[in-house]
Design a protein around this ligand. Structure first.
Ligand code: PEP
Ligand code: MG
Length: 759
């Protein structure tokens, strides 16, 4: 059974589209279980019923024409109970209903398994047999296992709209497709897609059309000839090193490029009007998939040969490509794995939004998107990015969505939102020089989180009172090796000078987790629970000490530096880190003669362990800073970047609020200054809750600063405390945020809640 399952999975993975997946499943399941028929019914949300979408054994003409309600027949029963049903004599069951179009009367026994993804019943997989037959337990488990495997594929087709279009081929509303990703830089944009792909990556070649078929044919011929020449040269150089049989592979390579093999297939695609690169990539990938799905291990291995050949020819095709020079005005940069380098290929002033299949909120691209103010969605795993060139899309950076082929209605709604956001931003600008004082005259300090030069500049324009978190790993991310002490000193000096005399809180290197340096890869099963932040720095004092020296030297004469230690989980860790800080200070001032004031040193409170030792930690440092991003992830055991569990990640969770309360109280008892530098501080509701919890220094990204200032100037501290008292007894995050939203929705600040409304 396991072998059959493996074959099914392999073939399904190699299928060219969703219809083929369904056809393969019914065929292979019927064959493996040796039954009379196998069918798949899929949920049709439009009419709330189940549509027969594939069958091997029933009347094939009934596919797409038979619809059963969830109360109808045995299929409806499996779906409504969400459990398998196994019957020897189906007709005897009270729910049996006869559907003449399917020719079902010929079958007596029935086994049906629900197809469920993330608690949602997506369909039912059924096998039936003419003769009376009791499917045994292992057969039942097999069908359940296939259903579970199939669920992911169906959910994907559902997300991309392919399922809706297959069930309702004439309904235009299914042309609109919404893809979920990770909201990485706020804002909304509507624009036309420009696919940005790295070189020689077959999967990264977008489908582009051409008017000049002859030129494309010629390009292909040249690239293939060049590749053949290379392979023959390689073959010659191997004489004496490889046996004749081993060298025979090179011959196979050359033959694969012939007209009656790959070459011919590619030319026919070019003749249909697509470019040589696109046609080549499509044909090669099809063959790679085919080889990968083969039973024979030797043939399966051949997939990599075809792939290798594919890369070689593609590299030549890309060499002859002339650099693109014209771009649409409102362009949406789309790619599989966009990185900062992708900006090199496009004019920055035309980029309206960014969407990337891979990556998360902390990817390089996301950081840049936030800094420059370009709506960005990362981790849009289902986005069929290669086929989107020139398409109109909406990128919603608040909610982490990319909408392809938006309906007129949706486009209208988003255009209105873009307009309102522009007005709001212009309105908020007026607050730049105003102080952040609550309606009952309590002063709240608004600081910023920085990492790049550009966000430091934005922060100053918006009246930031200091830097609560300078993420030093960001300049580290921009290089291809660790920066030297002098390079670091210069970068830090720039930040310190820009803000002087205001404090700049520089956090020591916080890599690991999802923040990997390309030149210091860390490969772990559980990176967020592994080698991260201060743990790496303590294990690599040569990196840590150089960074501390660079920070302190940079502060000479300015003396506005504070040093912040991330990921502190116990006292010995803090003691060891402090010892190294003092060591550097002594070296610089006593041995090397620098005139530097001892900077304040603080610890981040971002792990549950630190919450319970808040007073001990507070006693040992000059200040504390709460990282609500990690605190929430570790308290709730929810990966902060995983879209599958994003619905469980909530800073309004009662446990997070209670932890914040304990932190604030503990710090107060020890008279240790404390601030908050996680995203919660930059969220209007989060900020109100935080001031009520006793935090009066909030540090956030520059983009959120004026929004938070606007709301805090409208709310009184007494009102915030009253609201906190009300929500502290609530059972869950949803009730808390709903209550806060409702209470705070005064007309003056309503616009600030657009994001929350959309959530
Ligand atoms: C946090 O964890 O809240 C924080 C501010 O740090 P980072 O997001 O860089 O982990
Ligand atoms: Mg953190």
């Amino acid at each position: 059974m396991l072998d059959s399952l493996r074959t099914i999975v392999q073939q399904v993975n190699a299928a060219k589209d969703f219809s083929e997946v369904l056809r393969l499943i019914v065929h292979l399941v019927k064959q493996t279980m040796d039954t009379g028929m196998c069918s798949v019914y899929l949920y049709n949300p439009k009419d709330e019923n189940y549509a027969l979408m594939a069958t091997d054994g029933l009347n094939p003409d009934s596919v797409g024409k038979v619809f059963l309600s969830s109360k109808e027949g045995l299929v409806g029963l499996v779906a409504s109970r969400a459990e398998p049903i196994n019957l020897e004599e189906a007709e005897a069951h009270p729910n049996f209903s006869f559907v003449p179009e399917t020719g079902e009367q010929r079958f007596r026994s029935f086994l049906g398994a629900p197809i469920i993804h993330q608690r949602k019943v997506l369909g039912v997989l059924v096998v039936q047999q003419q003769e009376q037959r009791r499917f045994d337990e292992s057969e039942e488990s097999f069908l359940v296992t296939v259903s579970a495997q199939l669920a992911g594929v169906i959910a994907h087709a559902d997300a991309t709209g392919e399922l809706g279009r297959l069930i309702n081929p004439k309904d235009e509303s299914f042309f609109e497709r919404i893809y979920e990703g990770v909201a990485s830089a706020p804002g909304v944009a509507i624009g036309s897609v420009v696919v940005v792909a790295p070189p020689a990556d077959l999967k990264a070649v977008p489908i582009r059309k051409t008017d000049d078929v002859d030129a494309e044919r010629c390009l292909l011929r040249q690239a293939m000839e060049q590749t053949k020449r290379d392979i023959r040269a390689l073959d010659d150089s191997m004489v004496g090193k490889l046996s004749d049989e081993e060298r025979a592979l090179f011959d196979v390579y050359v033959r694969m490029l012939d007209d009656h093999a790959l070459g011919g297939e590619v030319v026919s695609l070019i003749d249909e009007g697509i470019t040589a690169q696109s046609a080549w990539a499509q044909v090669v990938l099809k063959h790679v998939r085919m080889f990968r799905s083969m039973k024979d291990a030797y043939l399966r291995e051949r997939a990599s040969d075809v792939e290798d050949l594919g890369h070689r020819v593609l590299a030549y095709l890309q060499q002859s490509e002339t650099k693109r020079t014209s771009f649409p005005d409102n362009m949406v940069m789309v790619g599989e794995e966009l990185s900062a380098a992708s900006f090199a290929d496009v004019p920055l002033e035309k980029v309206a939004a960014i969407a990337s299949v891979k990556g998360s909120r902390n990817s390089h691209m996301a950081i840049l998107g936030r800094a420059i103010g370009i709506p960005t969605v990362m981790g849009v795993v289902d986005l069929p990015w290669g086929g989107l060139e020139g398409e109109e899309v909406v990128v919603d950076g608040h909610n982490g969505q990319v909408v392809v082929c938006p309906s007129d209605e949706l486009r209208e709604a988003y255009s209105q939102q873009i307009y309102e956001e522009k007005l709001l931003a212009a309105d908020l600008e007026k607050l730049s020089d105003e102080p952040c004082i609550t309606a009952d005259e309590h002063k709240i300090s608004l600081w910023v989180n920085t990492g790049l030069r550009i966000d430091a500049m934005l922060s100053l324009d918006r009246g930031a009172e200091g830097v609560g978190l300078y993420r030093t790993e960001i300049p580290f991310l921009m290089l291809d090796r660790f920066p030297s002490e002098e390079e670091q000193r210069k970068a830090y000096r720039e930040q310190l000078e820009m803000f002087a005399p205001r404090t700049v809180t520089m956090r020591t290197l916080d890599i690991g987790g999802d923040k990997d340096l390309p030149y210091f890869p860390i490969d772990e099963e559980n990176p967020f629970l592994g080698w991260r932040g201060i743990r790496i720095c303590l294990d690599h004092p040569e990196i840590f000490l150089v960074q501390l020296r660079a920070m302190m030297r940079a502060s000479e004469g300015l003396n506005n530096l504070s040093i912040l230690l991330p990921m502190i989980s116990n006292m010995p860790e803090l003691e060891s880190a402090l010892e190294l800080v003092y060591q550097v200070y002594d070296e610089l001032t006593e041995e090397e003669g620098y005139q530097i004031e001892m900077p304040n040193v603080g610890a981040m409170i971002e792990l549950p362990a630190a919450v319970y030792q808040i007073r001990e930690l507070a006693r040992r440092v000059d200040f504390l800073s709460v990282g609500t991003n990690d605190l929430t992830q570790y308290l709730l055991a929810v990966d902060r970047n995983n879209p599958r569990v994003a619905g469980l990640y909530h800073t309004c969770h009662p446990s997070v609020l209670r932890a914040l309360w304990a932190i604030s109280e503990g710090a107060k008892e020890e008279n240790t200054p404390i601030s908050v530098c996680g995203e919660m501080a930059g969220d209007p509701i989060g900020a109100v809750l935080l001031i009520a919890l006793g935090f009066d220094v909030l540090s956030m990204s520059a983009t959120n600063l004026l929004k938070v200032k606007a709301i805090l100037r409208q709310v009184s501290l007494a009102e915030a405390k009253q609201l906190l008292e009300e929500v502290m007894v609530m059972p869950d995050a949803q009730s808390v945020s709903k209550h806060m939203e409702k209470a705070l929705k005064k007309p003056e600040v309503a616009g600030l809640f657009r994001r929350a409304e959309l959530d």
